[in-house]
Every structure is written in structure tokens, then in C-alpha cells.
Design a protein around this ligand. Structure first.
Ligand SMILES: NC(=O)C1=CN([C@@H]2O[C@H](COP(=O)(O)OP(=O)(O)OC[C@H]3O[C@@H](n4cnc5c(N)ncnc54)[C@H](O)[C@@H]3O)[C@@H](O)[C@H]2O)C=CC1
Ligand SMILES: O=C(O)[C@@H]1CCC=N1
Length: 267
């Protein structure tokens, strides 16, 4: 089986590691490299996978996953440059880092895929957007799609959409968690015990998301079904409009996309 090296085992690298194991990859086919010794020890003990310095982990791997912060990418690429084989696929999950940037810092002709996953990958409900680099073959892309498919849904899009993908689905869970927190806080304000408010909010989010997926209806139709004339929902929605919550989402998501562009240091 293809050996997979995960370089950087923080939130995303760790999520990928556990998803691969859940989906049946053998621990001996996965090697991780993490510069924080305590995290490495914990993951190696928990998952029985091997660990090695980045150079060693990358050498001989069929797929090398780069899961470090964008700021750490130049150093990592310099470290592994001479360890990438001719057929190795390099998959980067870093926000803002383009395939061109990676290709310029890896051996000429390296197959590269830029991926934008999200943290629901931890529970196999991820959303990953993939974009192929210049030297990425159909087989490379299929490998990357299969890899990302182990922890959720996958879309393959032109790279020009990656900043939008980062802003919508990459960072998206943060907005949903923020809304969740706010709704729980509102329940507490109305006198509910925090645990009761949490259960109500979480099941409501889960139910609403499931409804959107299963009915295929536009969210505005589903919202109208909840909003009885002169009732409670319209009273609340009017406040959300008055406080420009929709406009705030547009501005916020634009800011995330802008930040994704800024993180890209060019080629
Ligand atoms: N957290 C998220 O929701 C998402 C993160 N991403 C991207 O994933 C990448 C990683 O993000 P997180 O996992 O959140 O960060 P993190 O900080 O949790 O993990 C990064 C890990 O890389 C390690 N590291 C850095 N340089 C290293 C090196 N040279 N050798 C070995 N290990 C090294 C760090 O010690 C750290 O544990 C980022 O580029 C981010 O843009 C993408 C989608 C979602
Ligand atoms: O906030 C970030 O920069 C990363 C990329 C997408 C989600 N988390």
C-alpha cells in the first residue's frame, strides 16, 4: 500500500491521521513528523503509527501531506526538497499556499494538489476542496480524492476558487460554532440551564442542516415555513435584519477570503 507521510500533526494533520486509520489504512503505512515532541509521543502511543524527522518521513512516501501553518511552509519545503521522489504526490492543506508556490520550492515536475479541508473531518463529515497543480496526473488527483474522501465530501475545483473555499468551508465551522455559542447564551439569558440550552441548540442545528440536505429546498423556503404570520420567528428575524447580520456575514467571509490571499506569498 502507498506509504503516507503526514508532516505537521496538529489539528488538521491529527484529524487526517485518525480518519485514515478509521477508514482501514494500516498504521505501518502511515508515518508522521511533528516538531512538538509531546504531541508526537501522544499520537504515536494513541494510534501506533511511526514517527520520523520530516526528511526521513518524506523519503520513499507515495503521498506527502503538508499540514503546517502557511508561515512554516517555506522552512518545511526547504527541508524536504531533496527527499521527494519522482512519483511522489505532495498534498498541501495550508490556507493561501498556491500550487505554483509549492512547485517552485519542490523538485521540477512534482505532482502537487492543494486541498482545503475543514475540522468536521474529525467526525468524517469534512468538506474538502481540491485543486490540481501543473504536474498532477489523473492518478495523483484520484489518489488525493480518495484520501480526502476518507473523511467527508470532496469537490475538485479550479484553483481560482480556493480563497472562496477557504473562507466558506475551511473557516466555516468557526462561524457555525460562533452562532451556536450565541444561541446557547441566549437560552441561558432566558433562564434555561446551560446543558438544556446546549441540547436544544445542537439538535436544532443538526435538524436544520439535515433538512436542507434531505429536502433540497432553498433555505429561504425552509425559513418561511418556520415563520408564522405575526409570530415569534419573524419577530426575531426582523431583529437580525435590523442588526445587519446578513451583511455582517458577507463582510466577514470577504475578509476571510482576503486573508487567504494575503497568506499567499506569491510564487
Ligand atoms: N484548523 C483548521 O480548521 C484548518 C487548517 N487548515 C490548514 O492546515 C494547516 C495546519 O493547521 P492546524 O492543523 O490548524 O495547525 P496546528 O498548529 O494545529 O498544526 C500545525 C503543526 O505543524 C507542526 N510543524 C510546524 N512546522 C513543522 C516542521 N517543520 N516539521 C514538523 N512539524 C511542524 C507544528 O508543531 C504544529 O503541531 C494550516 O496551514 C492551515 O491553514 C486547513 C483547513 C482547516
Ligand atoms: O483560520 C485559518 O487560517 C485556517 C484555514 C481555514 C480554517 N482554519
Amino acid at each position: 500500500m502507498t506509504r503516507i507521510a503526514i508532516l505537521g500533526a496538529g489539528v488538521m494533520g491529527g484529524a487526517l491521521l485518525s480518519a485514515l486509520l478509521r477508514s482501514g489504512h494500516a498504521p505501518e503505512d502511515i508515518v508522521l513528523s511533528e516538531r512538538m515532541a509531546a504531541s508526537t509521543r501522544e499520537l504515536v502511543q494513541q494510534y501506533a503509527v511511526g514517527s520520523a524527522p520530516v526528511e526521513e518521513a518524506a523519503r520513499g512516501a507515495g503521498i506527502v501531506v503538508l499540514a503546517v501553518k502557511p508561515q512554516d511552509m517555506p522552512g518545511l519545503l526547504a527541508q524536504i526538497h531533496d527527499c521527494i521522489g519522482a512519483d511522489t504526490l505532495v498534498v498541501s492543506v495550508a490556507a493561501g499556499i498556491s500550487t505554483g508556490y509549492l512547485e517552485h520550492r519542490l523538485p521540477e515536475g512534482t505532482g502537487v494538489v492543494r486541498a482545503m479541508p475543514n475540522t468536521p473531518a474529525q467526525v468524517d463529515q469534512g468538506m474538502s476542496i481540491l485543486s490540481a497543480g501543473r504536474h498532477c496526473t489523473a492518478e495523483h488527483l484520484a489518489q488525493a480524492e480518495q484520501l480526502a474522501g476518507t473523511f467527508g465530501r470532496v469537490l475538485t475545483l479550479d484553483e481560482k476558487h480556493q480563497d472562496a473555499a477557504t473562507a466558506i468551508s475551511g473557516s466555516g465551522p468557526a462561524y457555525i460554532f460562533y452562532v451556536t455559542e450565541a444561541m446557547i447564551e441566549a437560552g441561558v439569558l432566558l433562564g434555561l440551564p446551560r446543558s438544556t440550552a446546549t441540547e436544544m441548540v445542537v439538535q436544532t442545528l443538526y435538524g436544520a442542516a439535515t433538512m436542507i440536505r434531505e429536502t433540497g429546498e432553498h433555505p429561504s423556503i425552509l425559513r418561511e415555513q418556520v415563520s408564522s404570520p405575526g409570530g415569534t420567528s419573524v419577530a426575531a428575524l426582523r431583529q437580525l435584519e435590523d442588526h445587519k447580520v446578513r451583511a455582517a456575514f458577507l463582510t466577514a467571509i470577504e475578509a476571510a477570503a482576503r486573508r487567504s490571499k494575503e497568506l499567499s506569498a506569491g510564487e
